[in-house]
Design a protein around this ligand. Structure first.
Ligand code: KIV
Length: 275
């Protein structure tokens, strides 16, 4: 094959393209990564977005919760991942209390973007956080919000449970989702929410909704890499699927995950929650 016959490089995924994916009904694929080599394998397989999640507290550092993760940890892992990416959008998680005030949120986000190479930052919650979302987005910092099961609230919630069950909780979740969109968020991660609730929110929002344990009607899906490869420690949540078996190798598993999200075969009923 001549060099000229090689497939042209993939167009880098940008924040505005996320809404185009939603408009075109092209499901968005996202995985977490924490280092350059796995990030490069995901990028080569055609993943749309890579999240450096504060789940690194669990799967990399071996902690019971994400609460001890620091901004320094996030900057270190974002920078490593960004060196492995050519086209995928890099989203960096803001760790617990690093966005307790708008000024702290600006400082932390600035570090994730300037030192870590993130194109977007993610934060958990709505209500008092709406001020932060507005503050950041007005300063050209793209924000991904995270609602439903928000692991940084584990102490307040008393454990990791499905959220949005029952009319009242579903209505609250819907109102929060609309509020984060109004505040300027460009993307929403919905975690552990019944299918029907996630489907209604996805249909109502203009911004894309990425589900994790939120059913197939979302605009895209995310999984923690270690879950997708079946190597995470501890109890495996219902929504997790190990793709290594069917993929046959790490690269095969990544491709199998991307294909299953794009063709709508993941998540199926076995990997999601009814009301
Ligand atoms: O920290 C993380 O990996 C996340 C995903 C589970 C969405 O927030």
């Amino acid at each position: 094959m001549y060099a000229g016959d090689a497939a042209p490089p993939r167009k880098p995924v940008t924040v505005p393209m996320l809404r185009e994916f939603k408009r075109d009904r092209q499901r968005i694929t996202m995985l977490t990564a924490y280092d350059a080599s796995f990030a490069a394998a995901m990028d080569e397989a055609g993943i749309d977005a890579v999240l450096v999640g504060d789940s690194l507290g669990n799967v990399v550092q071996g902690r019971r919760t994400t609460l001890p993760v620091t901004v320094d940890d996030m900057v270190y892992h974002c920078a490593a991942v960004s060196r492995g990416l050519k086209a995928a959008l890099l989203v960096g998680d803001l760790p617990f209390q690093s966005y307790a005030t708008p000024d702290r949120a600006l400082d932390s986000s600035h570090r994730l973007m300037a030192e870590g190479g993130a194109a977007m930052v993610k934060l958990e919650g709505a209500g008092p956080l709406l001020e932060c979302i507005e503050f950041l987005t007005r300063r050209d910092i793209p924000v991904c919000a995270h609602l439903g099961l928000t692991p940084q609230s584990v102490r307040k919630m008393g454990g990791y449970r499905v959220q949005g069950r029952g009319d009242e909780a579903a209505a609250r979740l819907r109102a929060d989702a609309l509020a984060i969109q109004d505040a300027g968020a460009e993307l929403l991660v919905l975690e552990c929410v019944p299918n029907a609730v996630a489907a209604a929110i996805t249909a109502e929002l203009q911004i894309p909704v990425i589900g994790i344990g939120a059913g197939v009607a979302c605009d895209g899906q995310v999984l923690v890499m270690h879950d997708m490869l079946g190597v995470a420690m501890g109890r495996r949540p219902r929504f997790v699927k190990d793709f290594l078996g069917e993929g046959g190798s790490i690269r095969g598993a990544i491709r199998a995950y991307i294909d299953a999200v794009r063709d709508g075969s993941f998540p199926d009923a076995e990997h999601s929650y009814e009301s």
